[in-house]
Design a protein around this ligand. Structure first.
Ligand SMILES: Cc1ncc(COP(=O)(O)O)c(C=O)c1O
Length: 374
């Protein structure tokens, strides 16, 4: 049996809850502001599509000047390809037989660059590409402080040489994700400094690889907190922010945005109040995701139906379909009230939903699909 089709209500207060809402004017503003920032700086914008997974959003980013997209998963790559997006960077490692097979087939069609960070990881891909008669373009991931994937900068030259020695692989550039900037809550000047340092370090590695004879054309940084710093270090050619398209509570805490920039919210209803100052809503971790990152003791910011923050109300915890609002301000809430929740991390929240409602103030203007989820 397929899921019930909800009628499309024309106002927010008539929506079934929980519901994912996208404030269109904020979306358009966020897209335009980021595009303008790089347009004037001569840096290409390659947004990470994992934040929205929504073609209507991606289409608007392309119209505003994005050169293509960054993807995390084969499903995202396939989905954007089917829609004719020609320039994709798969910022994840093609490790394991199925991902190797996928990368070779995608590279054979053209328009995809993959990411590698070790000769061991590169070897099966190189062998499969050689057997298929394909040359796979790749970027070398470099650690500039996040210490997730990525070679240490001082090893980049040696590792790049080992990988580029395969005639079935072509080194196009270097990539970093300056995820360490999420640790700078309350220290925006420190964050800006660290972002610029990450960009500078990546540029230096690019220079060393050029000196060693590699044709480095891509120097790619990427994050929303670093969007105002890392891409502006000399020599960086492209920026890959993702979260900026919606922003979220983490980005507010990091000083990358204000609450007024946050375009994505979850609409929920107060369903039970049996104990004082412990208000139960119909949105829990299956509506929000439980990703907290920069947040302490909260699943998101609590606002009223119009999106104004509710003072002294904390989204303290959640079960799957229940959320717990606590704090002195929760006493003012009544069963049946609507609240709007700004997620801590918009990308995790998006992945919980198959569609969102587009809103303009109280009016619901459209419903858009969310694609390529797990
Ligand atoms: C490789 C890579 N590039 C770009 C981004 C985008 O960063 P943000 O979500 O801060 O915009 C991410 C985020 O996780 C990432 O992992």
């Amino acid at each position: 049996m397929s899921a019930p089709e909800f009628p499309r209500p024309s106002t927010v207060d008539a929506l079934p809850t929980p519901a994912l809402l996208l404030e269109n004017t904020r979306l358009e503003r966020n897209i335009a502001a980021m595009a303008r920032r790089y347009d004037t700086a001569g840096v290409a914008l390659r947004p990470h599509v994992k934040t929205s997974k929504c073609w209507e959003v991606a289409r608007r980013q392309l119209t505003a000047g994005a050169i293509g997209f960054t993807c995390s998963t084969p499903a995202e790559v396939d989905w954007l390809r089917e829609r004719g997006v020609a320039d994709l960077l798969w910022a994840h490692h093609p490790i394991g037989p199925r991902k190797v097979e996928f990368a070779v087939a995608a590279a054979a069609r053209g328009g995809l660059t993959v990411t590698l960070d070790s000769p061991e990881g590169a070897a099966p891909l190189a062998a499969a590409a050689a057997a298929a008669g394909v040359v796979v373009p790749f970027v070398l991931e470099v650690n500039t402080g996040h210490a997730r994937g990525g070679v240490e900068p001082e090893l980049a030259r040696e590792r790049a040489a080992a990988m580029a020695a395969h005639s079935s692989l072509r080194l196009r550039g270097v990539l970093t994700h300056e995820g360490q900037l999420a640790g700078y809550v309350g220290d925006r000047p420190g964050l800006e400094r660290a972002g610029r340092e990450a960009g500078t370090l990546l540029s230096q590695v690019a220079g060393e690889l050029r000196d060693a004879g590699h044709g480095i054309e891509l120097v790619s940084v990427g994050s929303t907190p670093g969007a105002t710093s890392a891409p502006f270090a000399g020599g960086v050619t492209e920026a890959r922010p993702g979260t900026y398209v919606y922003f979220d509570a983490n980005q507010v805490r990091l000083g990358s945005a204000t609450l007024d920039d946050c375009a994505l919210t979850v609409l929920a209803t107060v369903i039970s109040i049996q104990r004082p100052q412990r208000v139960i809503i119909d949105a829990g971790i299956k509506a929000m995701s439980s990703d907290t990152i920069a947040a302490a003791g909260s699943l998101g910011l609590v606002c009223d139906q119009e999106g104004r923050p509710l003072p002294e109300v904390t989204f303290a915890d959640g079960n799957e379909e229940h959320g717990f609002l606590t704090g002195a301000g929760a006493a003012a809430l009544r069963v049946g009230d609507l609240v709007r929740l700004v997620p801590n991390h918009a990308c995790g929240t998006t992945n919980m939903w198959s569609g969102l409602y587009v809103v303009d103030g109280p009016a619901v203007t459209d419903r858009w699909a969310i694609s390529a989820r797990y």
